[in-house]
Ligand binder design. Structure first.
Ligand code: C5P
Length: 337
């Protein structure tokens, strides 16, 4: 089944700058499975030429030129704010896709997430959701640190899936090399201590703690770069704050608190121990033994809820796993409320 599965999109081209984007957008939509109706103002081949439309038809895409009254599932207006408002009033029965100003960002970044969020009929709408992602980095001098190989991909995919489902998403991220998902507010942190402060700064309705937080940090951070000597260097380490346990016990505890567990063996036993020890509503466990999960684009997870239920998802792309985790969490939230 394709992503947009025959959904009908009315694409209004309201000015000339927007017209140049039309073909790119119509192609992206149709390739994702949508049926696209293009309506130009004032309907003419002046901006978006007949040749461009014919090209799309040659590619076998479901795109046609339509009247303003064309029956659709959603409305996307390319052009200025005034045009958007006028069309929103004119086709008030249609959900309006929240698109950025024409040409400001490449359509490949915003189009599908914005559209899927518009079409989502989900209880996540307007819920405040927090995701932690990536590793933490614990310095012991200006250039040396302890960390782990977490890429942040799973957490970023979750933030994206939750935003698409309708939530207002804040992503607290350790150092990663990934682009922020569209619509998501990102706060960058380095150490476990900084992550703790960001997480405990405000209350959220739902929290996913997907970050691979360092369990230990050097007791001392030396100033500047320490010159290397000939002998060994012994570091004294201390535990970092357990952010998840602290959040769980605090007044800021969200309605739904989901932890993650990365294990190399006895996955179920350790995951359930964590679920109970940190009083969570659910835990997502993955096997990081034998090179799995860390840094990879795909994953396989087991999800356990507080009521004794267990489901597994994957192996699949982390994006797909993320959508499945969000749907699973939706069930957990419904049972709690
Ligand atoms: O106990 P363990 O570290 O295996 O638990 C993993 C879960 O706890 C993850 O959700 C992780 O984000 C969170 N965690 C945390 N603070 C720590 C260590 C782990 O929030 N210091």
């Amino acid at each position: 089944m394709s992503l947009l599965n025959q959904r009908r999109l009315l694409l209004v081209v309201s000015d000339e700058p927007a017209a140049s984007e039309t073909i790119v957008i119509a192609r992206l939509l149709a390739r994702a499975g949508a049926r696209v109706g293009i309506h130009e103002v004032p309907s003419a081949a002046r901006w978006f030429g007949t040749a461009a439309l014919e090209q799309l038809l040659v590619e076998g895409l479901a795109v046609e030129r339509v009247a303003a009254s064309w029956e659709a599932d959603a409305l996307l207006v390319l052009g200025g704010e005034q045009a958007r408002q006028a069309w929103q009033a004119r086709r008030a029965e249609l959900p309006l896709v929240e698109a950025p100003e024409a040409g400001k960002f490449p359509a490949t970044r915003w189009l599908l997430p914005c559209l899927l969020r518009t079409l989502a009929q989900s209880p996540w709408k307007s819920l405040r959701l927090l995701v932690t992602a990536g590793p933490t980095v614990e310095h012991f001098d200006a250039v040396r640190f302890l960390s782990n190989p977490s890429s942040g991909k799973m957490g970023y995919a979750l933030a994206e899936a939750a935003w698409i489902a309708g939530a207002e998403v804040m992503l607290v991220s350790g150092p990663t090399a990934i682009e922020t998902p569209w619509g998501v507010r990102r706060v960058d942190v380095t150490s476990a201590q900084e992550m703790r402060e960001a997480v405990l700064a405000e209350r959220h309705d739902v929290v996913f703690m997907a970050a691979a937080v360092s369990d230990y940090r050097p007791v001392e951070r030396r100033v500047g770069k320490v010159k290397k000597g000939v002998g060994p260097w012994t570091l004294e380490m201390e535990r970092t704050p357990d952010i998840l346990a602290e959040l769980s016990a605090s007044a800021l505890r969200p309605d739904l608190l989901i932890g993650f567990a990365a294990e190399t063996h006895d996955i179920e036993r350790y995951a359930l121990e964590k679920l109970r020890a940190k009083s969570l509503d659910g835990i997502v466990a993955n096997d990081v033994g034998a090179g799995g999960a860390f840094g990879s684009d795909s994953n396989c997870v087991q999800c356990y809820d507080g009521a004794g239920g267990a489901v597994s998802f994957g192996p699949a792309e982390k994006r797909e796993i993320a959508a499945a985790i969000v749907a699973w969490a939706e069930g957990c939230l419904a049972r709690k409320r």
